[in-house]
Design a protein around this ligand. Structure first.
Ligand code: CMC
Length: 443
């Protein structure tokens, strides 16, 4: 597998950037690097050695942490491409296995490649039986994301034959195992919370159908997968599969930069995804809609969202990169209507409330001025709920979908010849050096 294209394609641009230190008049020429598309970057790697200064960028709002050829976002135009393919086309025409292959290997598969990949994933879906006992250590009312962090991290204790990160075969087997086993573990967290027996995966089902089977079938009764729901889930998986250097992906890369094994790195990614500003937002959106309760209360919540002294934010709105409609939200909104129509829930009050909230927010000066649009999480929760998935499982399904993005980015990082351990510096604002005072002499 070769995912290092991006590094090869990054070329020095003709122009440079000149930095002037006003106090001394010294100037420094900083090289500019060009990607295949998108803004150029100023190469500051030698900045400290040459100037004695670091850059300061909390939240990395202006910092590129790596070169990558996997996902491209144009936040102003609302464009999202996986390996060059627009997300809308993939969501409409492709399937999740194909998208996984694309993200991992860089190109769409041939018929034979796709079949082999599907088999590789399908035959890795079972987890070591010992893992089923591991679950029993958790309380039944644990948040499923807490269980996911623990169980996925524990995979490195079970699959020792795929943790040598210098071996490309080990890396690929670990990647396949993670993509294959995440739905199984996700469904197990759900079954465990209900006190129901775990359901084994079925090799005759597709990825999203199998996930629904493991969640909803019981040993007493099979679950007939509704094709509309399976298609909706497939779309949701595709839409969430990767999103370049977001918080959880950057966490996976940072954890992996020390040489940590992929199972441990993905567990770190899951922990980062859990937060409400990131993957936890889909759960937060639903909780918020339920709290708002009625269209009449919308103005009150819009007012709160705009109030600087109130920590409340409109969940499912805004994005660090998109300053336009999140293209995933558009597909999600369409899917939401399809699912509710199919289930005869067209008049679902929550959907009406969400649409009214969206309409009011998009006309409000505050949201217009700050370019706050609905993001991917705004509608996904309503779809999940219509599918009978409990709120606490929403972020778990996001984690299932994002696993391929995490492993693709992790592989790309390990193969990158310029890869170094991630080690940011800081602006120190603490005490300067002082003498230790023995406790009996302190005032
Ligand atoms: N409601 C009200 N005001 C907002 C919101 C919001 N949802 N989002 C941003 N703002 C305001 C914010 O107060 C700030 O105002 P000011 O300039 O006056 O200080 C301005 O818009 C810029 O916000 P920011 O926090 O500096 O932007 P950011 O890029 O650091 O944060 C965000 C991006 C997604 C964390 C944020 O928009 C947010 O908290 N949204 C709600 C949570 C959410 O829906 N998250 C899911 C993101 S998409 C899926 C994913 O990535 O996992």
């Amino acid at each position: 597998m070769s995912t290092t294209k991006s590094v090869e394609l990054a070329t020095p641009a003709a122009e440079t950037f000149t930095l002037t230190e006003n106090s001394t008049g010294r100037t420094f020429e900083l090289p500019v690097i060009k990607g295949t598309t998108g803004p150029n970057v100023i190469d500051v790697r030698k900045l400290y050695a040459e100037t004695g200064c670091f850059t300061y960028d909390p939240g990395f709002t202006s910092t590129g942490s790596c070169a990558s050829g996997i996902t491209y976002i144009d936040g102003d135009a609302g464009i999202l491409l996986y390996r060059g393919y627009p997300i809308e086309e993939l969501a409409e025409q492709s399937d999740y296995m194909e998208v996984c292959y694309l993200l991992l290997y860089g190109d769409l598969p041939s018929v034979e490649e796709k079949e082999k990949f599907r088999r590789d994933i399908t035959y890795h879906t079972m987890v070591n039986e010992q893992i089923t006992y591991f679950f029993r250590g958790f309380r039944r009312d644990s948040h499923p994301m807490a269980v996911m962090c623990g169980v996925v991290g524990a995979l490195s204790a079970f699959y020792h034959d795929s943790t040598d990160i210098t071996d490309p075969h080990h890396r690929m087997v670990a990647s396949h195992r993670l993509i294959a086993k995440m739905p199984t573990i996700a469904a197990m967290t759900y079954k465990y919370s209900l006190g129901q027996p775990f359901m084994y995966p079925r090799n005759d089902l597709k990825y999203s159908e199998n996930l629904l089977h493991m969640m909803y079938a019981t040993p007493c009764e099979s679950y007939d997968v509704n094709p509309v729901l399976a298609r909706a889930l497939r779309r949701i998986l595709i839409l969430h599969a990767d999103h370049e250097q977001n918080a959880s992906t950057s966490t996976v890369r940072l954890a992996g930069s020390s040489g940590a094994n992929p199972f441990a790195c993905i567990a770190a990614g899951i922990a980062s995804l859990w937060g409400p500003a990131h993957g936890g937002a889909n759960e937060a959106v639903l909780n918020m809609l339920e709290e708002i309760g009625s269209k009449h209360h919308i103005p009150e919540y819009i007012k709160r969202a705009k109030d600087k002294d109130d920590p409340f934010r409109l969940m499912g709105f805004g994005h660090r990169v998109y300053k336009n409609y999140d293209p995933r939200a558009k597909v999600m909104q369409k899917t939401c209507h399809e699912v509710l129509d199919e289930l005869g829930m067209k008049d679902e009050a929550l959907l009406e409330l969400a649409m009214e909230l969206e309409r009011i927010a998009l006309e409000d000066e505050y949201f217009v001025e700050k370019k706050l649009y609905p993001n991917v999480d705004f509608y996904s929760g309503i779809i999940f709920r219509a599918m009978g998935i409990p709120t606490s499982m929403f972020t778990v399904l996001f984690a299932v979908a994002r696993t391929v993005g995490w492993v693709a980015q992790w592989n790309e990082m390990v193969e990158d010849p310029l890869q170094k351990i991630g080690r940011p510096r800081q602006l120190y604002t603490g005490e300067t050096q002082r003498r230790y005072t023995p406790i009996d002499q302190r005032g």
